[in-house]
Design a protein around this ligand. Structure first.
Ligand code: G6P
Length: 612
């Protein structure tokens, strides 16, 4: 959601924190701001509404913005509109203390009332401003800023990742978290705080992932971590294994396009080291379950949101058909409130690219509270979901910056497919099937590359549909969730209304919408239900629908009724989604780009939704 960056060191903080929030802009981008303390102990605040470039434009010259301590924020509005006044940093009554905040203060109205009774007055509509006034309330002469933050954190309900500075002490920064990610970066004689490592890895890869209710006090020569009870915490320093290139666009126009093109590698990274040729099976060591434990699983629940939920639907199809274990897929936001039933021997998975999605995290906690073992499938090492799950599997997709998820999706599907084969081989799948699967999975990255070579053709097709206002995506079986994902991609970044439907279900409703103004994007691959989907497409054709078909190489039939055909290589049925989704990702990308839209930062969306 919002992004936070703070710096304390010997260099000028402003360009560092500004560059840092730009790297986090994909998380929230409706307003931004920064605060620095200059050499004369002046606290200077700069804020703007709109994208960070607006803030950058509004900044005065370097002399006016020089300071070796600073905090910055890019916002995705929750309380109060994305105006300049509501942008962070917020300050206390005396404009001594500045604070940036990621999260939601749930009891802010109660706190606001109490503070108003004490004489505090507020400029903004945000919950965050209450927090900085609360810190001011505790920050009396004999109380350190750390203790004031500690007292305030104790009173606050909700989630926060904060960074705080006080103009009276330009040698100190305080950061604290509960529920929202916060990371301390340790450089050479300099320190960083951030909500996401991608903001700081060009400066340092040595980090500490703060835990809930921890407070770090940073000085120029070191730091100390304590908890709400003022006990000292010995935290582990981790080394981030991301390459700096993973957070750069390189020669690509957008991160989304770069990430689509990374899929031959990211899919490989998802299965690397997990295929056991000798036993014709797979290994998922992160689950930390032995064969006996795995064999006891009678039911699986997979919980997620958005694209992760679509990956889960594919996982359900493959696990049920190959491992014969019933799978329930749940929206995290629904699961937590529906009094979920978790029978004995159920294994619960939460799936989340970011590892920070608030609803998914709440579902994880609910399942654990009901005694379930919960596995995390996530991309983000050190994320809250990774830490709170009982065990789990990383998808190793690398940094995903484009708001519309692409490579994380194929990596999630890869991991779920591995899970299906692992469980299937323990039940009834033969070694021959296992061996065929491994061989075929190894060929998938090369096949994705072949599809990516059709980029220009797909751009031409995008040109032909970019002015429509609706689109229908059809698929069957394992490709039905791919149709849902294709439709979601189009809506997210091109703002064209799109729906995904199981092809045969179309005649029970959406067929009424079909005419020459409704492009239909159909996945019709050669498999057991191919003939069925061809009949469904004939029904579309008979009503003048404009059909774009994703078909298997060599299929001549589909040409007869399709306006455009995108041919993809043949593969095993259960691996089809890893190929069929690629042209749909490219199609959405090009439609949005041709419409001149901001592909990586679509309106109203955020990469990681850390509020309910
Ligand atoms: C947001 C993003 C989506 C993402 C969803 C779930 O809505 O815009 O791209 O699929 O959150 O995110 P997660 O990080 O939990 O996979």
């Amino acid at each position: 959601m919002c992004g936070i960056v703070g710096y304390l060191g010997n260099r000028n903080a402003t360009p560092i924190i500004l560059e840092g929030i730009k790297r986090l802009e994909y998380r929230g981008y409706d307003s931004s701001g920064l605060a620095i303390i200059d050499g004369n102990k002046n606290l200077k605040i700069f804020k703007e509404s709109g994208k960070i470039v607006e803030l950058e434009r509004a900044l005065p010259g370097p002399d006016e913005t020089y300071g070796t301590i600073g905090i910055a924020h890019t916002r995705w509005a929750t309380h109060g509109e994305p105006t300049k006044i509501n942008a962070h940093p917020h300050t206390d009554s005396q404009k001594r203390i500045a604070l940036v905040h990621n999260g939601i203060i749930e009891n802010y109205q109660l706190l606001r009332k109490k503070l108003e009774e004490e004489g505090h007055s507020f400029e903004s509509e945000t919950d965050t401003e209450i927090l900085v006034h609360l810190i001011e309330h505790f920050c009396l002469e004999e109380v350190s800023l750390t203790d004031a933050v500690r007292q305030a954190c104790k009173l606050v309900e909700g989630t926060f990742g904060i960074a705080v500075i006080n103009r009276d002490n330009p040698n100190e920064m305080i950061a604290a978290r509960r529920g929202s990610p916060l990371i301390l970066g340790i450089g050479n004689d300099e320190f960083f705080v951030t909500s996401d490592v991608s903001a700081i890895i060009i400066h340092t890869k040595r980090v500490i992932y703060l835990q809930d209710n921890e407070i770090v006090t940073i000085h120029r020569d070191g730091f100390e971590i304590t908890n709400l009870e003022n006990e000292r915490i010995d935290a582990k320093i981790s080394e981030v294994d991301w390459d700096v290139s993973s957070i750069e666009k390189g020669n690509f126009k957008h991160f989304m396009l770069k990430e689509i093109f990374e899929q031959p590698i990211s899919v490989q990274n998802a299965f690397r080291g997990r295929l056991m040729e000798k036993l014709s099976t797979v290994r998922l060591g992160g689950l930390m379950m032995n064969g006996n434990e795995l064999k006891k699983i009678k039911k699986i629940q997979i919980i997620g949101c958005g694209t992760s939920w679509h990956a889960a639907l594919i996982g359900k199809h493959i696990i049920e058909s190959r491992a014969r274990i019933p799978v329930e897929v749940e929206y995290a936001s629904e699961y937590r409130y529906k009094n979920p039933i978790i029978p004995e021997n159920t294994l619960v998975f939460v799936i989340s690219q970011s590892g920070e999605t608030a609803d998914t995290l709440a579902a994880l906690r609910e399942a654990q509270a009901r005694g379930a073992t919960v596995m995390g499938i996530t991309n983000t090492v050190g994320s809250t979901i990774a830490r709170e799950s009982d065990a789990g599997v990383y998808i190793h997709a690398g940094a995903e910056i484009g708001v519309a998820s692409t490579k994380a999706f194929t990596s999630q599907v890869t991991v779920l497919t591995l899970l299906a084969i692992l469980l299937g081989r323990m039940n009834h799948l033969s070694p021959t099937y296992g061996a065929t699967f491994i061989k075929e999975l190894r060929s998938i990255p090369g096949k994705i590359e072949k599809i990516l070579e059709m980029n220009d053709l797909i751009r031409e097709i995008a040109e032909s549909i970019k002015d429509y206002t609706n689109a229908l995506y059809l698929g069957r079986g394992v490709n039905f969730p791919v149709a849902l994902e294709g439709a979601l991609k189009l809506k997210e970044i091109s703002y064209i209304h799109a729906e995904g439907y199981p092809a045969a279900e179309m005649k029970h409703g959406p067929i009424a919408l079909i005419d020459e103004n409704m492009p239909v994007i159909a996945i019709a691959l050669k498999d057991a239900i191919y003939d069925k989907i061809i009949s469904n497409l004939q029904e579309v054709k008979a009503r003048n629908g404009k059909i774009i078909t994703i078909a298997t190489e060599g299929d001549k039939v589909v040409k007869k009724f399709s306006e455009h055909v995108i041919y993809i290589p043949e593969t095993m049925h259960i691996l089809q989604p890893l190929l069929s989704v690629i042209p749909l990702q490219l199609l959405s990308y090009h439609v949005a780009d041709l419409k001149g839209l901001d592909v990586d930062k679509p309106r109203n969306l955020a990469k990681s939704v850390t509020v309910e």
